[in-house]
Design a binder for this molecule. Structure first.
Ligand code: AMP
Length: 250
């Protein structure tokens, strides 16, 4: 299974990715981790990326695409992968499509964890306040201002990918504000191509807290394309739709 998880920082991508890795025997490929490892190992890619990473800039697309391409070829990625931190922009998504096509591979699904940015910030702020009240050390990303900036960067650069993958018919949108088990159930249902209404019922059943889990929902973002994932025919059709989308966008 080949997946992309999309969502702003704090949406719960890491938690859901770990579960999917266990469940499907696939690997999580984080471009940030791969680049840091390349820098540490002093490889040619690492040497190119080092300064840009230190300045907090995005490294050039060809560098990240190469690093992902090489990693996908490794034996442990044979059963599939979840991409984390890549693609970050629409041009990277286009490059990923091209690269997968050259390898004769295709994405099975792109899962969007839909969250409300304002509620997310409130949640993190209250988690920080509670941790401080207990005298616990804070996580490095437990800073409301930093989070706000990262959510802003996501909205500007990465959120357009939601439309890109919706056009392709591979987008599965899930309510990321629901409790973790309900989100997990909604993702599993969405991956099996279960219609939104049934996924909603399942999310309700999985809830630990009644009122909150009632919010859990999964929708196939592709509108008309509600077929199950893993269909090569559907994915090829998606590529055509994407080509159309690119033409529309110029
Ligand atoms: P991360 O761990 O995902 O926050 O990534 C750390 C750094 O690696 C970023 O600040 C970028 O410099 C670089 N990086 C990671 N993923 C990408 C990507 N998809 N495109 C460009 N640069 C990336």
């Amino acid at each position: 299974m080949r997946l992309i998880l999309l969502g702003p920082p704090g949406a719960g991508k890491g938690t859901q990715a770990q579960r999917l890795v266990q469940k499907h025997g696939i690997v999580q490929l984080s471009t940030g981790d791969l680049l840091r490892a390349a820098v540490k190992a002093g490889t040619a890619v690492g040497l190119r990326a080092k300064d840009m990473m230190e300045r907090g800039e995005l490294v050039p697309d060809d560098v990240v695409v190469t690093i992902v391409s090489d990693r996908i070829e490794q034996p442990d990625a044979r059963k599939g992968f979840i991409l984390d931190g890549f693609p970050r922009t629409v041009p990277q998504a286009v490059a990923l499509d091209r690269m997968l096509k050259q390898k004769g591979l295709a994405l099975d699904a792109v899962i969007e964890l839909k969250v409300d940015g304002a509620i997310l910030q409130q949640r993190i702020a209250s988690r920080i306040a509670q941790a401080q009240a207990r005298g616990e050390p804070l996580r490095s990303d437990d800073d409301p201002e930093v989070l706000k900036r990262r959510i802003g960067a996501y909205r500007e650069q990465t959120a357009p990918l939601v439309d890109y993958y919706r056009w392709q018919g591979s987008l599965k949108s899930v309510d990321g504000m629901a409790p973790i088990p309900a989100v997990a159930t909604a993702i599993d249902r969405a991956l099996r191509g279960v219609p939104a209404s049934a996924a909603k019922k399942a999310a309700k059943k999985a809830k630990p807290v009644k009122a909150k889990a009632a919010k859990g929902k999964a929708t196939t973002g592709g509108g008309k394309r509600t077929a199950g994932v893993g269909s090569r025919t559907r994915t090829i059709a998606g590529h055509k739709a994407a080509a159309g989308a690119r033409r529309v966008r110029g």
